[in-house]
Write a protein that binds this ligand. Structure first.
Ligand SMILES: [Cu+2]
Length: 345
């Protein structure tokens, strides 16, 4: 039942984040972690929404109402309950961990360049929205609220029940609950899927979900870079581009990385109105894991090209102290706010 409030989410220890660089550094608007919201609210979520049903919850929560052997358990009529308490049974299957997440759409003014503001639509007040992170198989229970005057919703890429696919509009003031089983391991964007979708994304309604494999990836210094664009006058053309929401930020403030140590970059293209965009690194090459999946890189290169919502994990090392430039190799995109530097120190 959705109404059975599991304690698992609040008791979870979030994956350690010390090794993470860039996921919460100053100026990264989209930096937030799944743990920020986890456990912040008791679950209780009886929903009037027709596509959030008990059917799905009981399927997704392993062993929720199942007996020791997977079925409904009823004590034999001859067995007193007191005897039952002392009987030895195999341990009850543990519930899959549940992470409780609050996600609210707001309208607000955001400074996206040096003195340039836009009227943005945001998930939880930032663009990109909070960076969510979970281990494959964990259940994300997302309480979604629309605090704006327009329809919105929350659609995840990756694998989940079609009943929770997030394409149905949630009206102004409305709320719903999405339950997403994190998977497959990799990097998956989320975004608003309300028409016109391009406008809803270009106004800021996008973010990423990192799904860690059950066997963790090797230790590395981790960075999130999500390419987006701003269309302040709703012309259908991108006037400002940005990594993680703010144009030109990493050109002025390089991302510091320790020289000689492994780096893992979670890269996503959420730029609307451009058919493709690439990421090019100067003076070094990187391994590419498309969609963040797999244990063997697809290639090693210095430029990777992504269509909209395509993403990849890049792994590399900057062996020598110095500045390494990065940018899309479509210079029209790069020159509007998406130039940047890594500073190996
Ligand atoms: Cu929307």
């Amino acid at each position: 039942m959705t109404g059975n409030a599991p304690d698992d989410g609040g008791g979870l220890t979030r994956r350690e984040t010390i090794r993470r660089f860039g996921l919460g550094g100053a100026g990264i608007l989209g930096a937030g972690l799944v743990g920020n919201a986890a456990g912040s609210r008791a679950a209780g979520s009886e929903s009037s929404d027709p596509y959030v049903g008990d059917h799905l919850s009981s399927e997704l929560i392993v062993g929720s109402d199942a007996g020791p052997y997977g079925g409904d358990y009823s004590p034999p009529p001859t067995l007193e309950s007191s005897h039952l308490e002392h009987a030895t049974f195999p341990p009850r299957p543990r519930r899959a961990p549940v992470r409780e997440i609050e996600m609210t759409v707001t309208e607000q003014h955001i400074d996206v360049a040096n003195g340039t503001g836009v009227h943005a639509w945001t998930y939880n007040g930032s663009v990109p929205g909070p960076t969510l992170r979970a281990t494959e198989g964990e259940l994300l229970r997302i309480r979604f609220r629309n605090a704006t005057g327009h329809d919105h919703n929350l659609h995840f890429h990756g694998r989940h029940s079609p009943l929770h696919d997030g394409w149905e509009p949630v009206p102004p003031g409305g709320e719903t609950v999405y339950e997403i089983e994190a998977g497959p391991a990799g990097l998956h964007p989320y975004h608003c899927h309300t028409m016109p979708i391009d406008m809803h994304i270009a106004k800021g309604l996008y973010g990423i979900l990192i799904v860690d494999p059950v066997t963790p990836r090797p230790e590395a210094n981790e960075i999130v870079l999500t390419l987006g664009g701003w269309d302040p006058d709703s012309s259908g053309r991108i006037a400002i581009t940005s990594w993680n929401g703010i144009a030109g930020f990493y050109e002025k403030f390089p991302i510091k990385l320790p020289a000689g140590e492994p780096v893992r970059l979670y890269l996503t293209n959420m730029l609307e109105y451009e058919p493709i965009a690439s990421f090019h690194l100067h003076a070094q090459v990187f391994d590419v894991y498309p969609t963040g999946a797999g244990e063997v890189p697809a290639t090693t290169t210095d430029v990777v090209t992504l269509g909209q919502t395509e993403r990849a994990i890049l792994e590399f090392t900057l062996p020598e102290i110095g500045r390494y430039m990065f940018h899309p190799h479509q210079h029209r995109i790069a020159m509007r706010g998406a130039m940047g530097w890594f500073s190996a120190i």
